[in-house]
Design a protein around this ligand. Sequence first.
Ligand code: IDP
Length: 160
Amino acid sequence: SVCLHCLTLWERTLIAVKPDGVHRRLVGQIIQRFEQRGFKLVGLKMLKVPEDLLTQHYCQLRSKPFFPRLLEYMSSGPVVAMVWEGHKVVQASRVMVGHTNPAEAQAGTVRGDFSVLIIYRNVVHASDSLEGAQREIQLWFTGKELVNWDCCDQSFTCEL
Ligand code: IDP
């Protein structure tokens, strides 16, 4: 959608707290980071992810040797899926989430602050591009589950 204040197009991205993040009670801290950065929550749900959704979500990784373990990991508990909206939210979220491999993730990132050495258990998912975000949001959420609303602080969090 468009910012009513500065008329810039807002991006949307899919952020998902993975099963290890939910089991480790990190959901609140992860939401807090996106709120305090100034992004707007437009969708939120908790689910045990069906296998067909997982295979579609990770279709580019289907041929990887770690794919079966990735599916097993992503099915090891519920996931909290969210859609966040804001200026350049796709790239900003990737930076906030940090390197795929927690061992290489910088301190200050979600993965760098909360995860250990096992590459696939990295707490959180963030879409990697605008096109990827659009594809993933359509996979994970119906149109009705996304909420269009104007946040009262938008004159402070937009460009003008
Ligand atoms: P991303 O989640 O940082 O975008 P992708 O390459 O899209 O990274 O990989 C998706 C997920 O698959 C990762 O978040 C991680 O959980 C898992 N994964 C990626 N690479 C490996 C690997 O080399 N070994 C085991 N798991 C991996």
